[in-house]
Design a protein around this ligand. Structure first.
Ligand code: PLP
Ligand code: COI
Length: 365
C-alpha cells in the first residue's frame, strides 16, 4: 500500500441549526448529546490502504448487517477534547498521545494500522470546520470521539479487510452531574473489567459493554461510578469504568495503580497528572493498593483524598466508596481536598491555554 491520502474532501452541511439555536445548546450542553454538524470519515480497504478522506455533514452510517463490528465487536475509540483559550484560539491537549494509543488499540484488536498523521489531520479538520461548536471555557469543551469499525460483510471469525475511521464531536459540560461536585464509587466485587492478557489496555467498545452491569449495580447503590479490582485476587484497585483513580495520603504522596499488569488503560490524564505532581515536588508512587487498605487508611485518617481522572472526568473528587462491606468516607466526604483541587486547576489552566506549557502538550488547531 502507498502512503495514505490526507487531503480531505469537504462537503459542508447546508441546513445546520441557526447560530441562535446553537448558542442555546452550547449554554448547557450536558455530555455526549450536543453533536456538531460534521464528521470525518476515512476508509480502509485491504490492498489499497487508507483512502477517500472526507468531511461530511454528520449523518447515519450505511452498514451491511453482516459487518464484523456488529457481530464480533471489532471496534476501538479514543476520547479527547478541544479547548477554547482566552484569546479565542482552539487547543488540543497531547493529541499525539491519543493517536499513538489508537494504534496500540488497533494492534490488539487486529485492526488496520492508522498512521498518526492521518488521525491528527482528521481531528484537526473536523474541529476546524465545527469550531463554532467549541463552548466558552466557563461552560465546557468540545469532546472529540475518533473511532474505527470493521465494516466488511463476513461472518467468518477473522480480522476484517475493510474498516472505517470516523471522527464525531459534541459540545460537553461536566461528565458527572453531582450537586456537590464529589462522586461516590461502588466497589465491584463480582465482575471484573480486565484480566492479564485480556483487552484492558485497549480502548475497545467491548470493555465498556462489559462494565455496564457493574455500573448498574453501582447506580442501584446510589453511586456514580464503579471501581474495578484485579481479576485474580479481587483485591487490588485497578481503575473505574471510564477513568483512572489516584489517592493522596497524609504525608502528601500521590499513589496510583501501576500499568505493569497490562489490565489498566494508559490514561493520558493520569500520565499528565503524575508529571505535574512530580513537577511540584510531590512523591509519586505507581504501586498496587488493596481495597482493604483503602478502607483501613480512610478510617484511620491516613488517606486524605481520592480522585478519578480522565478526559471526560477531568479530575473528579471522590467523597465515598460503597461495597458489600459498607461505606467509607474520604475526608469530610463533601469538599474536594487541596491537592485534588490544585492539580485540577493546574491541568485545566494548561489545557485551556491560561498558563505556560513547559511540556509542549498543547497544540493549536
Ligand atoms: N480508564 C478508562 C477505562 C477510560 O475509558 C478512560 C478514558 O478515556 C481513562 C481511564 C482515562 O484516560 P484518558 O485520561 O486518556 O482520557
Ligand atoms: C473519556 O474520558 O474520553 C472516555 O472515553 C471515558 C468515557 C467514560 C466517556
Amino acid at each position: 500500500t502507498t502512503a495514505p491520502d490526507t487531503a480531505f474532501t469537504i462537503t459542508r452541511k447546508t441546513d445546520g441549526i441557526s447560530a441562535a439555536e446553537r448558542a442555546h445548546v452550547l449554554a448547557n450542553p450536558g455530555f455526549g448529546r450536543a453533536f456538531t454538524d460534521h464528521m470525518a470519515v476515512v476508509t480502509y480497504t485491504e490492498g489499497r490502504g487508507w483512502h477517500s478522506p472526507e468531511i461530511l455533514p454528520r449523518q447515519p452510517l450505511l452498514l451491511d448487517p453482516a459487518a464484523s463490528v456488529l457481530h464480533y465487536a471489532q471496534e476501538i475509540f479514543e476520547g479527547m477534547k478541544a479547548y477554547r483559550a482566552p484569546d479565542g484560539r482552539i487547543l488540543l491537549f497531547r493529541p499525539e498521545a491519543n493517536a499513538r494509543r489508537f494504534r496500540k488499540s488497533a494492534e490488539r484488536m487486529a485492526m488496520a494500522d492508522l498512521p498518526e498523521d492521518l488521525f491528527l489531520e482528521a481531528v484537526t479538520q473536523l474541529v476546524s470546520i465545527d469550531s463554532d461548536w467549541v463552548p466558552a471555557p466557563d461552560v465546557g469543551t468540545l469532546y472529540i470521539r475518533p473511532f474505527m469499525i470493521a465494516t466488511e460483510a463476513a461472518l467468518g471469525v477473522k480480522p476484517a479487510a475493510e474498516f472505517k475511521f470516523i471522527v464525531i464531536a459534541c459540545a460537553a459540560g461536566d461528565y458527572f452531574s453531582a450537586d456537590s461536585g464529589l462522586v461516590s464509587v461502588w466497589v465491584e466485587e463480582n465482575s471484573v473489567r480486565a484480566s492479564r492478557g485480556g483487552t484492558g489496555t485497549a480502548k475497545c467498545g467491548g470493555n465498556y459493554a462489559a462494565s455496564l452491569n457493574a455500573q448498574m449495580e453501582g447506580k442501584a447503590h446510589g453511586c456514580h461510578q464503579v471501581l474495578f479490582l484485579d481479576a485474580l485476587e479481587r483485591r487490588w484497585l485497578e481503575e473505574m469504568g471510564g477513568m483512572n483513580v489516584m489517592m493522596v495520603f497524609e504525608d502528601g504522596t500521590l499513589l496510583t495503580p501501576p500499568l505493569a499488569s497490562g489490565t489498566i488503560l494508559h490514561g493520558i490524564t493520569r500520565d499528565s497528572l503524575l508529571t505535574l505532581a512530580r513537577d511540584r515536588g510531590l512523591t509519586v508512587r505507581e504501586e498496587p493498593y488493596a481495597i482493604d487498605q483503602l478502607y483501613a487508611d480512610a478510617t484511620a485518617g491516613r488517606l486524605k483524598e481520592v480522585f478519578a481522572c480522565g478526559t471526560a472526568a477531568v479530575v473528579t473528587p471522590i467523597g465515598a466508596f460503597k461495597s458489600t462491606r459498607g461505606e467509607c468516607t474520604i475526608g469530610d466526604g463533601k469538599t474536594a481536598g487541596p491537592i485534588t483541587s490544585s492539580l485540577r486547576q493546574t491541568l485545566c489552566d494548561l489545557q485551556f491555554g491560561r498558563t505556560a506549557d513547559p511540556h509542549d502538550w498543547v497544540k493549536v488547531v
